[in-house]
Design a binder for this molecule. Structure first.
Ligand SMILES: Cc1cc2nc3c(=O)[nH]c(=O)nc-3n(C[C@H](O)[C@H](O)[C@H](O)COP(=O)(O)OP(=O)(O)OC[C@H]3O[C@@H](n4cnc5c(N)ncnc54)[C@H](O)[C@@H]3O)c2cc1C
Length: 402
């Protein structure tokens, strides 16, 4: 049985993270939105606190590495670290999405490592801050089109290629790079490698200027004859044509619910502020009265909140399934598709409801509308999630439904 409400065991964590988001992220939100590419030094203390909580066990496994699925054979219903991570990232993004994405040692690459690394690799890369590099100049959505190459040479792989749009690409100290061992063998030959920034041949070429999440750096990185130790290949080095892309794609089953949770958190921030601003303007939202009998702004708010709730529940479901070792590719994509769309719709609708105040920099509503859009784009766009959902529901393969 799934109870889709905040699990009791995680309520203290949610409260704590909410306080952090309110008192440490919100006060510097606008500052780092305006100072694009400036490192948010306030995050160092926060990251140290998160590390401490992690080591003491008080964070209940929340964070980028919380997506690792436990190997125990306990079949009891549990709310574990996937749920804790989703709930805490939701609260953090209620504070600020860009700053959350810029948190040291909480990169998407950390989640990728946690998802597929062996225990020995997990130990080796403990404490690293890892970004994730899949996208290249020649493709975005179609990750099977990877052209970055990894050629085996003795006890190392030699990587060559260019990656674009790498979140935290400048600030991270390692990068999980997707590369092909042999392009002629298709998707099965695509593997991921942990490349550290100090390896000769790694070069951050430039940073992007962006619509939103400006506190987060987005880099172009080139790899020229980079020698990566063979043990830095994550997962199975064999090219298993039967398995195809499934191994590499498993990462997304864990990370998509997290991105969905980010969208849910950012949208919640917009709803909370909008409710306050509407109240100040004399519009009260009455949950006991039909929407059609209320002020048009209140009726719109209720509709947005209902949509938000659906996204919220789908996100919790996808995280719960990961904690309970249930295959969740369908639900992970559903949550990402729904939350990505709802996040953009809610944040922009809140700007509309608050009109002049919503659009001006006096409040953060306009920033949240800009920040939320990326959550409907990276880790698979809205359209790609819908494609995956359709394939799963109809039982069609990627070659049958493109
Ligand atoms: C700020 C930012 C941060 C990012 N961070 C990272 C990162 O850390 N690591 C990383 O590897 N990448 C990252 N990305 C890249 C991101 O994942 C890609 O932008 C995304 O996958 C889309 O690729 P694209 O931009 O090339 O668009 P395209 O793939 O060219 O898509 C263009 C449009 O066509 C649609 N489309 C494409 N294929 C289909 C189809 N088969 N059916 C229907 N519609 C389709 C898309 O949904 C989209 O609307 C980031 C991007 C940005 C902007």
């Amino acid at each position: 049985m799934i109870y889709l409400e905040t699990p009791k065991k995680h309520r203290a964590l949610v409260d704590q993270v909410h306080q952090v988001a309110m008192n440490m992220l919100r006060p510097v939100s606008r500052k780092y939105d305006l100072a694009e590419h400036e490192y948010p030094k306030e995050l160092d203390m926060l990251a140290a606190m998160a590390d401490g909580l992690d080591q003491s066990g008080a964070s209940e496994g929340a964070g980028a590495t919380g997506v690792r699925r436990s190997a125990d054979d306990d079949t009891s219903n549990k709310n574990g670290s996937n749920m804790a991570s989703a709930l805490s990232v939701l609260e953090m993004c209620w504070g600020d999405t860009g700053l959350t994405l810029a948190m040291p040692r909480q990169g998407l690459g950390n989640s990728a490592i946690a998802s597929v690394a062996t225990d020995a690799q997990l130990e080796k890369f403990k404490g690293t801050w890892a970004s994730m590099a899949i996208t290249e100049p020649s493709f975005g959505s179609d990750s099977s089109a990877i052209t970055t190459t990894a050629k085996k040479d003795g006890d190392a792989y030699v990587l060559n290629g260019e990656k674009i749009f790498v979140t935290s690409g400048e600030r991270s100290d390692s990068i999980v790079v997707w590369a092909t061992l042999d392009k002629s063998l298709g998707k099965a030959a695509i593997k991921s490698f942990v490349v550290t920034k100090d390896m000769p041949g790694v070069k951050v070429e430039r940073l992007e200027h962006k619509l939103g999440i400006r506190a987060s750096d987005t880099a172009v990185i080139t790899f020229t004859d980079v020698r990566v130790p063979a043990e830095n290949l994550l997962g199975n080095p064999e090219i298993n044509v039967q398995e195809g892309f499934a191994g590499a794609m498993a990462t997304f089953d864990n990370t998509r619910p997290l991105v969905a949770a980010m969208a849910v958190g950012c949208a919640r921030a917009s709803l909370d502020l909008t409710r306050d601003l509407l109240a100040q303007a004399g519009v009260e939202i009455d949950y006991d009265k039909a929407a059609t009998l209320q002020h048009a702004a209140a009726a719109k708010f209720l509709q947005l909140e209902a949509d938000w709730e659906a996204a919220h529940l789908l996100t919790l479901q996808a995280a719960w399934m990961a904690d309970n070792k249930k295959p969740n590719s369908l639900e992970a994509s559903m949550s990402k598709a729904k939350a990505g769309r709802v996040g953009s719709d809610v944040t922009l609708s809140c700007v509309e409801l608050c009109a002049g105040i919503g659009y001006s920099e006096a409040e953060l509503l306009e920033k949240w509308a800009r920040d939320s859009k990326i959550l409907d784009i990276f880790e698979g766009t809205q359209q790609i999630q819908q494609l995956i959902v359709a394939r799963r529901v109809l039982g069609l393969s990627s070659s049958e439904l493109k």
